[in-house]
Design a protein around this ligand. Structure first.
Ligand code: GDP
Ligand code: IMO
Ligand code: MG
Length: 425
């Protein structure tokens, strides 16, 4: 029996969905514990491609349970659309999904407030959010003014939501913004609540009972370490704890029940949205990574910024998550390069920094210190064991693991399930 937390080690989109799908085979329950439908997790099975936003990527396996735990902010319309979309693709949902009664609700007005906050920020301060209402929904949670999924079960749900809408409308009117239609929103939410009700439960009890019964849990992180509200490149971050600690507060499963932490890390780096990114490339190499890696956001379709592997980020992610293993993805994207650069430290105004600075402006001013590694210029997607890799590819992967101090658990060399080498886990 073992419980595994899987998190993104960089700025999101590391390939968590793919690795979760592979590891689901060894698990009983897959649990989302933070974020919301700002996430976009891609799973390719055979010729089918699925993009999961709120529902755990484990849902594609018929005999596994999926849980949306208390730390996730849930957009009811987004959830119902996702359920319907999966059902249309013949993915069974009924009986396989549980949603926490403690999970905060994302209402349509949170999206309006998200857009308003972004438009109010100067160009230099824009975060480039996914506009899914994530920040305002978490703000409501923390300021103790939000509503939760369990409220759908209350007899006075309409009254409670009505009072909330009145408060939001007063706020919108104050800012000179169009107010929301209270009756229509209550009507829509009541209808969505009816669809969601059968899935609602106390997921903390469900998960802890499952652990007692010997079930294996797999926690599916969203976003990535550098987008964590505490440890990311604040304020260019999301609004939840994306790091491993979030799995416990976001689910009610205690830290001593977690057996291992897997960090998903790309063999290079990408970022979508604004904020510092020391190894970002603006040249032909960056364009090659974007083209071969198909680096477009799975949620918003925005082009992702691309750059070389950053070992300062890797070491930092290893520390704050307590990563036992890396699941290293997209090595195949590096197949054509003659030379590959790896950032080993930063140069900040002539001073060498080995550790991640806390200040985004300092990080913006950091220049990467690179070492160069020879490429392998051989396709790797078809390999089935680590030994089959070209020597330079082995050396590159081993070097990244060595300088970040984390053992290689899984190597991914293509988007499909079969393009996966289980090395140590
Ligand atoms: P997530 O948010 O971390 O789940 O990642 P995304 O799904 O947003 O983005 C990762 C993209 O890379 C998806 O299009 C995946 O299908 C794809 N992908 C995952 N692993 C690999 C890999 O090893 N090689 C290649 N070429 N693509 C991969
Ligand atoms: P997955 O789970 C990459 C980024 C946004 C923006 C910042 C804040 O697919 O890896 P938000 O809407 O959360 O308030 O936006 O965070 N962001 C992501 N970037 N992958 C994601 O999720 C992301 N979710 C949010 O682009 O910069
Ligand atoms: Mg993604």
């Amino acid at each position: 029996m073992s419980n595994t937390v899987l998190v993104g080690a960089q700025w999101g989109d590391e390939g968590k969905g793919k690795v979760i799908d592979v590891l689901t085979a060894d698990s009983d329950i897959v649990v989302r514990f933070q974020g919301g439908n700002n996430a976009g997790h891609t799973v390719k099975t055979g010729n089918e491609k699925y993009v999961l936003h709120l529902i755990p990527s484990g849902i594609l396996h018929d005999d596994k349970m999926s849980v949306i735990a208390n730390g996730v902010v849930v957009d009811p319309q987004g959830l119902v659309d996702e359920i319907r979309g999966l059902e249309k693709d013949n993915i069974k949902i009924e009986g396989k999904l549980r949603i926490s009664d403690r999970a905060p609700i994302v209402f349509p007005f949170h999206k309006i407030l998200d857009a308003k906050a972004e438009s109010g920020r100067s160009y230099a301060q824009k975060i480039g959010t996914t506009q899914r209402g994530i920040g305002p929904a978490y703000s409501d949670k923390v300021s103790r003014e939000g509503m939760r999924i369990g409220d759908f079960l209350l007899t006075n749900f309409e009254e409670k939501l009505g009072a909330k809408i009145d408060a939001v409308n007063a706020q919108l009117a104050f800012f000179g913004k169009e107010t929301v239609d209270k009756d229509a929103m209550i009507r829509d939410m009541v209808a969505l609540g009816k669809i969601i009700k059968p899935y609602i439960c106390d997921t903390q009890v469900y998960l802890n009972d499952a652990i007692k019964a010997g079930k294996d849990l797999l926690f599916e992180g969203a976003q990535g370490t550098m987008l964590d509200i505490d440890f990311g490149t604040y304020p260019y971050v999301t609004s939840s704890n994306t790091t491993a600690g979030g799995a416990t507060t976001g689910s009610g499963v205690a830290p001593n029940k977690i057996d291992r932490v897997i960090g998903v890390i790309k063999a290079y780096t990408t970022r979508v949205g604004e904020g510092p990114f020391p190894t970002e490339l603006f040249d032909e190499d960056g364009a090659t990574l974007a083209r071969i890696g198909h680096e477009f956001g799975a949620t918003t379709g925005r082009p992702r910024r691309c750059g070389w592997f950053d070992a300062v980020v890797g070491r930092y992610a290893a520390a704050v998550n307590g990563a036992d293993y890396w699941a290293m993805t997209k090595l195949d994207v590096m197949d054509t390069f003659k030379t590959i650069k790896v950032c080993v430290a930063y140069d900040y105004n002539g001073k060498r920094l080995e550790n991640m600075p806390s200040d985004a402006d300092v990080l913006s001013a950091c220049k990467p210190i690179y070492v160069e590694k020879p490429g392998w210029q051989t396709p790797t997607t078809e390999i089935t064991t680590f030994e089959e890799l070209p020597q330079n590819a082995k050396d590159y992967v081993n070097y990244l693991c060595e300088i970040t101090g984390v053992e290689l658990g899984i190597l991914s060399i293509g988007p499909k399930r079969e393009s996966t080498v289980r090395v140590a886990i």
